[in-house]
Design a protein around this ligand. Structure first.
Ligand code: EPU
Length: 464
């Protein structure tokens, strides 16, 4: 198992290109199961979760051809937003997503809707909970049942089929569906039901749909494949079912969580970085809190990306600087366009060194606070009360050995390590490789002192 060793106290300066979005790419990859025609995807990030999804698609009968697979240490890769992937469902008889894949990647649940809609049958292992809390899939199942699917649980598998009609293969049927739960809408639940409804008979309306930009990106791909999806990005999505979908060519949106993480990294090191391909339109809540803290986020000159794209608010160039004491803030995570839960941990790292008391409330995953104990090992003063953490800013963090518990907690601890005095060792960084492409290489290019240590090989060894 790899770990990171960080020498704190170095300012980050320089430029980075934001990579393609993991959370947009995963349901988009699953949606390629909706057609037997080729789908070409650009800016797919090279991440462990994405490789797991490729493995799953291959098991489900798809050919997956990844272009531009540059070795991990190649610096040229730094300016590329992701790989191009060509996918085609060639054998449509296989419909089982096994537990050994689903347990490594919960987003495997995204294949349920597409398999049902296109193949009439799906068996997907039930995902368990994870470090950030219970993560039920009841809303996915409720939505697909409303479309006419029969769904049972059998030995840990969700077994779903579309009933036959008059002895012939059946089709899902459009319906009006409410997808709100105790914590608001569901992102992957919306993706699953929206994807399935594209091939249903008649019109489907999803109420309390997730408004996340990743849902919009999926809808754009589906429409490019010939679907009729309207209203994605709003709480009401309408889908007019079509008989079949075709191939498409699609560029995945940049990763707003990666961008938000690097913004926090610039701020915590009093740095000055420029982010290209930055989805500012999806980052308003994060930028609002960063500005309240005292971070300066300004549009910058044209990036290396095609100049024509600069007018796209999802692909801008911004400069992030911070050269002053940080002010404390209150923040509450919410569904989009509220503050994203996936940047909560990174923001907490930043607020541990603010000049006063901050209050962070987690409204999506009330248990997503495993990083609190690890930050405390570094001298942070944080008191947790249920779904709220009260962070009393301290002048300095002190390096320590800490343990990463999940993807975003890993990023949080890296940020804290870069701001701390002395050496921080972060164990279990495999979580990080699930969602951040070459983070240590990218941070080093900005001036951070961070090394990946393989348990066997010693300091400096890169994971492959
Ligand atoms: N929920 C239910 N029932 C369901 C589904 C969800 O009660 O059937 C609850 C969840 O327990 C949670 C809330 O609804 O309290 C929102 O969960 P959601 O379904 O929106 O989460 P998700 O779709 O499984 C995606 C991202 C997460 C991100 C959340 C929230 C992907 C692959 N994952 O998960 O990303 O935190 O939306 O924005 O898109 C990450 O990247 O680190 C990550 C965890």
């Amino acid at each position: 198992m790899d770990k990171f060793v960080i020498q704190g106290g170095h300012r980050l300066c320089g430029r980075l290109v934001v990579k393609g979005s993991k959370n947009a790419a995963l349901p988009i990859l699953a949606a390629t199961l909706l057609t037997d025609q080729p789908v070409h995807l650009h800016d797919v990030p090279a991440l462990a979760d994405i490789s797991s999804m490729f493995g799953l698609l291959r098991e489900l009968g798809c050919s997956v051809d990844v272009r531009n697979p540059v070795p991990t240490s190649d610096p040229a890769r730094m300016s590329i937003a992701g790989d191009t992937v060509h996918i085609r469902a060639e054998d449509e008889t296989r419909s089982h997503a096994r537990y050994d894949i689903v347990r490594t990647m919960r987003a495997s649940i995204c294949v349920l809707g597409p398999l049902l809609a296109r193949r009439g049958y799906a068996k997907v292992s039930m995902p368990g909970g994870c470090a950030i809390g219970d993560r039920p899939v009841d809303l996915h199942i409720r939505g697909l049942r409303a479309l006419g699917a029969e769904i049972n649980l059998d030995q840990g598998d969700i077994v779903a089929h579309v009933p036959k009609r008059g002895g012939k293969p059946g089709r899902l049927v459009g319906a009006r569906i409410f997808l709100g739960g105790p914590f608001g809408s569901t992102v992957l639940g919306t993706a699953n039901v929206m994807s399935a409804a594209t091939l249903a008979q008649g019109v489907t309306t999803i109420e309390c749909a997730a408004c996340e930009p990743e849902v919009v990106d999926l809808a754009n791909l589906l429409n490019a494949m010939g679907a009729k999806v309207h209203g994605a990005g709003s709480p009401r999505i309408t889908i007019e079912g079509v008989e079949s979908l075709g191939g498409a060519d699609h560029r995945v949106i940049p990763d707003r969580i990666e961008a938000g993480t690097y913004m926090c990294a610039a701020a915590i090191t009093n740095g000055d970085i420029t982010l290209e391909n930055c989805p500012m339109d999806a980052l308003m809540a994060v930028v609002d809190r960063l500005e309240a803290i005292g971070v300066v986020v300004t549009p910058s000159e044209t990036g290396r990306d095609a100049p024509a794209l600069e007018s796209d608010p999802m692909r801008t160039t911004v400069r992030v600087t911070c050269s002053r004491n940080l002010r404390p803030v209150e923040l509450t995570t919410q569904p989009h366009p509220g503050f994203p839960t996936d940047v909560q941990a990174q923001m907490m790292a930043l607020l541990t060194i603010a000049d006063g008391i901050s209050v962070i409330t987690e409204r999506i995953y009330p248990e997503r606070f495993l990083h609190v104990a690890e930050l405390s090992r570094m001298g942070a003063r944080i008191q947790r009360q249920g779904a709220t953490a009260v962070v009393s800013g301290t002048r300095r963090l002190i390096g320590a050995p800490v343990m990463a518990s999940d993807l975003r907690a890993s990023a949080c601890l890296i940020l804290a390590g870069m701001a701390a005095e002395g050496t921080t060792t972060i164990n279990r960084v495999y979580h990080l490789d699930r969602g951040y492409e070459q983070m240590e290489t990218r941070l080093r290019s900005l001036g951070a002192k961070i090394e990946r240590v393989s348990e066997k090989a010693g300091v400096g060894a890169e994971a492959v």
